[in-house]
Design a protein around this ligand. Structure first.
Ligand code: MG
Length: 452
């Protein structure tokens, strides 16, 4: 949860509600969210409920379900499930909403809730605000004794999910893949599916465990050292890793090298082609990779904004460099398991992965953060919008959707964006050479330094 409290009380952040158990996240909050959701939907509606592997999941699931039932809606219990399965089940079963209990890649002490629409798309900001309002004003409409909701077990739906995925992506069998599930929600499903697809699967951290004993749930290169070593040691063709709830997927090539986030995104986007959506923090690699093959739309950071733009532009694919990818022909929910299938199919047909990534055009990128006071952020960003573009004589496009992102005529780019959760401003940029990138970085830091 963000510290927006000084302005407007908020529960939802950039990706659902998240926070520390016993502080921001309690069973009381889950109960209220359940009541609020059934109040919003109205009696007689159906809500899918799933959770990842965290220690607090049963506690939150029971409280949330009690609130949903109390409001007169039915609970469709999915149990332990990756986020994409919640989106899929909600759509497939014609449910009115889905709730995933997860804190995604956050540390084990955290948990959270994310709500999904009947079409498998994340709740949009105005829907989240409607839920918040009911939670804050406490005006729940509770069902009388004779119309309290019922509970239905829908764990069988995972078989349909697996079958639908295998029909959606055809893979030639025979690839050797190491899968690291972070002891998270996809621990059973992802390896099972890949074996069914004909891969020779070696598992790592694939027993659900809320203490995350194998590694932290964030799929960063630093957390995936074991996977990188395992791919090399077993002579595997590639490695796949998920975050805690498996809406994300990242990869390791056959040499045990971590695949660059931006290059991996560009690889899959250029393979799909057409109109693709990405976020302002993606590098210019995707623009270069799509040249002559399609069009790139850039939106605010966050999978709900990507999904929104996919609908608006009728795009064929949407993805963030974090590995959160949406395949709209299957479902509007980001799906790390489907993403893994797509990448494996591509590597099997055209690999090896290192070669595919080598062929993706990319510039050196740089990232830095500049500390500032929380209260300074609005002022700094206003001045940045006004004055920053004038520092460059060759701006070909300026995007103000989320921070300030400038594209330069020579292919360089720079994004200045305030952090949503911490007290700093981020600078992310790329240049044709390291020298050019450094030049843009020096200019940007000097500019921000004078404002702070
Ligand atoms: Mg996630």
């Amino acid at each position: 949860m963000d510290s927006h409290d000084d302005k407007k009380q908020r529960l939802f952040g950039t990706s659902g509600i998240r926070g520390k158990i016993g502080h921001a996240i309690t069973s009381e909050l889950a109960l209220k969210m359940g009541r609020a959701l059934s109040t919003l939907l109205g009696p007689g509606c159906k809500v899918v409920v799933g959770y990842d592997s965290r220690t607090s999941n049963h506690m939150l699931e029971r409280a949330l379900s009690a609130g949903i039932l109390e409001g007169g809606c039915d609970v469709l219990l999915l149990g332990l499930a990756p986020t994409p399965l919640v989106g899929y089940a909600t759509k497939k079963l014609g449910a009115d909403a889905g709730v995933m209990i997860t804190a995604s890649h956050n540390p084990p002490q955290d948990n959270g809730l994310k709500v999904w629409n009947s079409d498998g798309m994340a709740y949009r900001p105005h829907q989240e605000e409607a839920l918040e309002e009911i939670v804050f004003n406490g005006k729940f409409s509770l069902a009388p004794w004779d119309s309290i909701g019922k509970v239905e077990d829908i764990r069988h739906i995972s078989k349909e999910y697996v079958n639908d995925l295998l029909n959606f992506v055809k893979i030639e069998p025979g690839l050797k893949v190491v899968v690291d599930c972070a002891n998270g929600a996809a621990s059973y499903l992802s390896p099972f599916l890949l074996r069914k697809a004909g891969c020779d699967v070696i598992t790592l951290n694939s027993q659900p465990d809320g203490f995350f004993p194998g590694r932290m749930p964030e799929p960063s290169a630093a957390n995936l050292q074991d996977l990188m070593r395992m791919v090399k040691a077993t002579n595997a063709d590639m490695g796949i890793a998920h975050d805690g709830d498996a809406d994300r997927m990242v990869a390791v090539d056959e040499n045990g090298e971590f695949a660059d986030f931006d290059k991996l995104l560009s690889l899959i986007a250029s393979e799909i082609g057409g109109c693709v959506v990405t976020t302002v923090d993606a590098s210019s690699s995707i623009d270069m990779a799509l040249e002559g093959k399609g069009k790139v739309i850039r939106t605010k950071v966050g999978d709900v904004h990507v999904a929104d733009a996919i609908e608006k532009y009728n795009a064929s694919f949407g993805g963030e460099p974090s590995g959160t990818w949406i395949h709209p022909d299957f479902c509007m929910c980001p799906d790390g398991i489907l993403s893994a299938l797509k990448l494996i199919a591509l590597v099997k047909n055209k690999g090896p992965l290192s070669k595919l990534l080598e062929d993706i055009p990319s510039f050196p990128t740089m990232r830095e953060v500049i500390n500032c006071q929380e209260s300074q952020k609005t002022d700094i960003m206003e001045k940045t919008k006004e004055d920053f573009p004038h520092l460059f004589s060759d701006v070909s496009e300026s995007n103000l959707k989320d921070g300030v992102r400038l594209s330069l005529e020579n292919g360089g780019w720079v994004l200045i964006r305030p952090s949503g959760t911490e007290s700093y401003i981020r600078i992310t940029l790329g240049g044709r050479t390291t020298e050019e990138a450094q030049e843009i970085m020096d200019k940007s830091k000097k500019f921000l330094g004078e404002l702070i």
